[in-house]
Design a protein around this ligand. Structure first.
Ligand SMILES: *Cc1c(COP(=O)(O)O)cnc(C)c1O
Length: 430
């Protein structure tokens, strides 16, 4: 359903929102136009490199289908997800796109990869061998990326393992469509690890003749053209997280989070608020009790205690501090300084938005914007703005089963499964 923002309406946008969702305790609005604008900005920064979009973890909590559809319509051609299930959601929304799964390949998932036409990002020689077996058996030739570890020590072949693949690249018909690595400290432009990873990657990637190369995440896009290679892979910056934490945020805010005031109460000086009574009123205090808590992804770390300030929220256009501990479903906000008539039970306050950024909230939560976005809970009504008219806003339709691409012949019946060329080392068990 869409909200009535009809110009003829006498209601403010906020009142319209409340009228449209009378039972909502919280409303999470995701601005698809802002995501598109952020992607365009990154694309411009990266030209002539291609700008892909990382939409793992349900597009950082913003909705993989809605985001992928909007970005595909805006011209984004390549998407990265974490696993095959996520790839299916992107494929449903972006039928023409190239979709890579960063989590790599497991033997049992070959059919799913082929059915969805998703390419695994392979970071282990055993995985590569298993993928080759699958491709041989099934005739699938959808391609895969090779991930090379240049210092993060998470996923990826070692540089010397990657060198072992060069003869295969030189022999042609290798099925490798991308060679990539991942930066560990890109948000710290002066960290010497960046230059080290860059030179290690440049050297090995140059040996993958004719294979497009990719290194930069969001922050990496801002480290200079030499980091951009043939493709950049921003995630967080698309969703408004500052990719340059040491400077102003070049990205637009994407998320707005409002929650409803469920009660207003007055307490005397000396009374305490919330679990543990950790916050004491230093004056007669008026509290707005708001329906959002840590179960919604509003972290308990944002609590205010005697002696430590917590997060702030916007109430009737003014910043107001949280009082006491954030509990599972509720927070208390000190609205003593506001005009009495400005704060009403049933009104919404703004937890993120109106100048309160995801990064600011993350600071109070003791974490990063990535974790804030991916934590925002399911109890909020979700509304999408922009990105052209999108159907089924509240309950995204289940991804339609995608027909197997014509290039994918059915698996032969019960073939003998050839053994993987190499035994699995014990480290592969993790
Ligand atoms: C998550 C991820 C990205 C995107 O990172 P951001 O910091 O969100 O831009 C890029 N590449 C890989 C391999 C990732 O895992």
């Amino acid at each position: 359903m869409s909200i009535n923002t009809d110009a003829k309406s006498q209601l403010t946008p906020e009142a319209n929102l409340l009228a449209a969702y009378p039972a909502a305790t919280g409303i999470l609005t995701i601005d698809l136009d802002a995501i598109i604008a952020n992607w365009r900005k990154l694309e411009k920064t990266a030209v002539p490199a291609e700008c892909a979009a990382v939409v793992k973890a349900n597009a950082y909590g913003c909705g993989a289908e809605q985001v992928s559809r909007a970005l595909a319509n805006a011209g984004c051609k390549t998407f990265f997800v974490a696993n095959v299930e996520e790839a299916a959601a992107v494929r449903a929304a972006a039928p023409q796109a190239t979709v890579y799964s960063l989590g790599g390949f497991f033997q049992q998932t070959g059919d799913a990869y082929a059915r969805i036409d998703c390419k695994p990002v392979i970071g282990d020689l055993n995985e590569l061998a298993e993928w080759d077996v699958f491709c041989r058996r099934s005739g699938w030739s959808g391609g895969a990326a090779i991930h090379i570890d240049t210092g993060m020590n998470r996923l990826g072949l070692t540089v010397s393992e990657a060198q072992g693949i060069i003869p295969r690249i030189n022999a042609g018909d290798h099925g490798i469509t991308l060679v990539m690595s991942h930066l560990a400290s890109a948000e710290l432009p002066n960290n010497p690890a960046n230059a080290k990873q860059l030179s290690a990657f440049r050297e090995i990637a140059s040996l993958f003749t004719g294979v497009p190369a990719s290194l930069a995440n969001s922050s990496g896009c801002f480290l200079g053209a030499q980091f951009q290679f043939d493709m950049v892979r921003p995630g967080a910056a698309l969703y408004g997280v500052n990719p340059t934490p040491e400077a102003d945020n070049p990205m637009q805010q994407v998320v707005d989070l409002k929650a409803r005031i469920v009660q207003i109460r007055n307490i005397d000086r000396g009374e305490t608020v919330g679990y543990g009574g950790t916050w004491t009123a230093r004056r007669s205090t008026r509290l707005a009790i708001v329906a959002a808590g840590y179960a919604d992804g509003y972290f308990r770390a944002a609590s205010a205690n005697d002696g430590t300030r917590g997060a702030e929220v916007m109430v009737a256009g003014k910043r107001c501090p949280i009082a006491g501990r954030v509990s599972m479903d509720l927070i208390a906000v000190d609205v003593t300084d506001l005009d009495k008539s400005a704060v009403r039970r049933g009104h919404m306050v703004t937890l993120i938005g109106e100048g309160i950024t995801v990064d600011e909230v993350a600071h109070h939560f003791g974490t990063i914007g990535y974790e804030v976005l991916t934590s925002l809970g399911r109890r909020f009504v979700r509304i999408y703005k922009g990105g052209e008219a999108l159907a089924a806003q509240e309950e995204p339709a289940k991804p339609e089963p995608v027909a197997a691409p014509a290039a994918s012949p059915a698996l032969p019946e019960a073939p003998a499964i050839p053994a993987a060329p190499r035994p699995l080392p014990s480290s592969a068990a993790s």
